[in-house]
Ligand binder design. Sequence first.
Ligand code: NAD
Ligand code: DAU
Length: 373
Amino acid sequence: MINPIEVNNINQNIHQNRRILITGGAGFIGSNFVHHWDNTHPQSRIVVLDALTYAGNLQNLASLQGKENFRFVKGDIGDRSLIDQLLTEEKIDTIAHFAAESHVDRSILGPDAFIHTNVVGTFTLLESFRQHWLSQDKPENYRFLHVSTDEVYGSLELDDPAFTETTPYAPNSPYSASKAGSDHLARAYYHTYKLPTIITNCSNNYGPYHFPEKLIPLMCINMLLGKPLPVYGDGQNIRDWLYVEDHCQALELVIHQGKTGETYNIGGNNEVKNIDLVKILCQLMDDLADEFGEKLPVKPCEELITFVKDRPGHDRRYAINSTKIQTELGWKPKQTLQSGLKKTIEWYLNHRDWWQPLLSEEYLKYYQKVYNL
Ligand code: NAD
Ligand code: DAU
């Protein structure tokens, strides 16, 4: 008879040896997750599939290139034959699905790619994984983690309670509508086929490798360049911020201990108005730049704050209630907003060589279109 300690060890081994396909692993959260998984599961086979769109960057994975347990494949999640081939030849048992078009402003300028990747791409992955799972006789330990967003729940009024896992979906942008569609597909694949899918809906992330089209990295870089800090509308919109490493830890827990067919909300419990967040960033940058021997072109940075026209359909407030993952899986974020923002600014101060090449002609054209600055 196997004693409970041995059972525990067997489970640990199964977990440590997962053969994981990470889609979108060259993007912001995906690449942070790849590093996190590699550090915490050195025995695991890691295959990254990424189309390397403007948001994908091989530099994010540079330290992993050449490692025996790691493989990078450039490709589209909508390419069925490529996915079929990868799942079979790499004997994949776990998919962590991050690949997406992720920026709301870009979805307003051109929604097509959002439908292609977020809806059709997710469908293609689910269908390919289902066939693979069936061909292996439905192994119990297979997992499909679908990484999604709190934006699918729509916008909150100031006095509304935070989003829970049962809040009805009410997406407001082409981006969030496409993510909502993909969530429904992941849910339906569990309900209909019992494919072991799990969905997570997370609030706004920030941290290293964040592409400078999103609020926090854009502000950090513009402060270093002495460019205007564009705040949309009246700056009173509220977001709930989570340091990316805390998100990665939550996802790891969900893969190992989450219940299939379930949804888990993940949030930082850090609701802040955009204008207040930008002011905190300015203060931190004023203080830290000196320490790093960086001479800021404009100081104090607050002088750079510029109110610009609002985002069309701009959601007023997001807030996540993460009681379920906290009580059922024991997850808790480690970083406070202040400690996470400090780490993030330090990272951008230390990594000019990472962000400078991203300010390409295509980026500047996009910037001009959105901000007219
Ligand atoms: P990102 O834009 O930084 O990265 C997306 C990655 O997906 C890029 O590397 C890109 O090259 C790749 N990709 C795009 N289309 C592809 C395709 N057709 N095939 C293969 N690869 C493709 O995004 P992110 O901010 O890291 O977000 C990752 C996931 O997390 C997304 O699903 C997003 O909806 C979700 N999410 C993001 C946040 C956030 O605050 N950033 C919060 C909650 C949930
Ligand atoms: O809530 C999770 C979502 O967070 C993710 O699903 C998305 O992928 C991610 O991009 C993010 O969406 P937001 O639209 O909330 O993030 P963004 O960084 O674009 O904007 C944050 C807030 O700051 C939002 O209210 C708009 C505002 N903003 C943004 C930019 C880029 C500005 O005021 N000025 C800016 O220049």
